[in-house]
Each structure stands twice: as structure tokens, then as C-alpha cells.
Write a protein that binds this ligand. Structure first.
Ligand SMILES: NC(=O)CC[C@H](N)C(=O)O
Length: 196
């Protein structure tokens, strides 16, 4: 089967790292900054960065409604960290005017791990990612506060859900794009192939 074309939302954040991880996972990876570019991809990664800024830029680039429409229509999407926040139906503690694309029936808490623990790493078993624990890098990460019935929790750190899936939507609190381990991106690329 030909490799799927996977976009990385390139408004802000660690776009390059996701492009490299997708290439490492055998996908064709392209940047998405305009509605025409979004229309051409089979799946989309929403990177880590700053969800408030990403939300504002998505509006400024006329991407918010097209993103919502494609997610509603079933396009596979994967959000890491700020990208997870973008895929959440609800933010517990949004900045004023902060909106999300939504799609995953969950409430997330931004910067949830707090000052003492702003950045840390942990080896986590992630359901659907074979081959042993994933080295998970958390940077001012959100956690999932609560989920609806359709949401599958794929990983937890302590008692908190930090990786989830609902249908074709995948989200992690952590940043697999920073470790050189491409298994999470491979799992997402498989999801995109299956959905095509
Ligand atoms: N590394 C990250 O993506 C941080 C996310 C950031 N704290 C936010 O609220 O968007």
C-alpha cells in the first residue's frame, strides 16, 4: 500500500520534530498551514507548543472551521501535549478566548503537573504501541481530567490518563517526537492507513 500523506499543523510548536518522526515511521509528511493543504492530507498531527497561541493562529489562518469539519468527517488526527488540548472537547482552565478543535469527549487540565514537575520523563506502557514501554517526555503537560464513554485510556501516569483514543483521534500528554522512538507515530500512521 502507498504511504499515507500525513500533515503536521504548522502554525506554531515543534513541527519539525513531528515531520521527522513521521518520516521515520514511513509516512509522507507535509506541513499544513492553509485550508487547501489540509484538504490534501489523509491524517493530521497537532504538535506540542502553546495551545492558546495555536488556537488564535488557527482562527487567523482560517483553519479552525476546516479543522473541525475534517475531524467531524472522520479524518484521523493525533495531538501531542498542546495538540492534545486542541483535540479536547473541553478545557478545564482555558485562557480567555481559547478555543479547541475538539473531537475527543474529554476535559483536559492545562499545565496539570504543576511547578515542581513541569518537565519530567517516565517509561510508560501505551496500549496499542507494541515493543515495551515508551519513554514519555512531559513538558508543562496537560492531563486528562475526565472522559466520556467512547474514550479509551491508553496510558496513565500515576492515576492520571495521559494517552487516549476515540475512534480515529489519538492524543498524548507527552512528546514522543522528541525521543527518536517512532512507535507512537507508527501506530498513528497505521490508523491513517486503515481509515483511508
Ligand atoms: N509542551 C507543550 O505542548 C505545552 C502545552 C502548554 N502548556 C499549553 O497549555 O498549551
Amino acid at each position: 500500500m502507498s504511504s499515507p500523506v500525513i500533515g503536521v499543523l504548522a502554525l506554531q510548536g515543534d513541527v519539525r520534530e513531528h515531520l521527522a518522526a513521521l518520516a521515520g515511521a514511513g509516512a509522507e509528511a507535509v506541513q499544513v498551514r492553509r485550508p487547501e493543504e489540509l484538504a490534501r492530507v489523509d491524517g493530521l498531527v497537532l504538535p506540542g507548543g502553546e495551545s492558546t497561541t495555536m488556537s488564535k493562529l488557527a482562527h487567523a489562518f482560517n483553519l479552525m472551521e476546516p479543522l473541525r469539519a475534517r475531524v467531524r468527517a472522520g479524518m484521523p488526527a493525533y495531538g501531542s501535549c498542546a495538540g492534545m488540548i486542541m483535540l479536547a472537547d473541553k478545557i478545564l482552565d482555558p485562557r480567555s478566548g481559547q478555543e479547541t478543535v475538539g473531537g475527543i469527549d474529554m476535559i483536559v487540565r492545562r499545565n496539570a503537573f504543576g511547578r515542581q514537575n513541569e518537565s519530567f520523563e517516565a517509561a510508560l506502557d501505551v496500549a496499542g504501541v507494541p515493543g515495551g514501554p515508551v519513554e514519555a517526555v512531559f513538558i508543562r503537560a496537560p492531563w486528562v481530567e475526565s472522559t466520556g464513554a467512547q474514550v479509551e485510556i491508553l496510558a496513565r501516569y500515576e492515576e492520571h490518563a495521559v494517552a487516549v483514543r476515540q475512534g480515529n483521534l489519538l492524543a498524548t500528554s507527552f512528546h514522543p517526537e522528541l525521543t527518536g522512538d517512532h512507535r507512537v507515530h507508527e501506530a498513528f500512521a497505521d490508523l491513517v492507513r486503515t481509515a483511508r
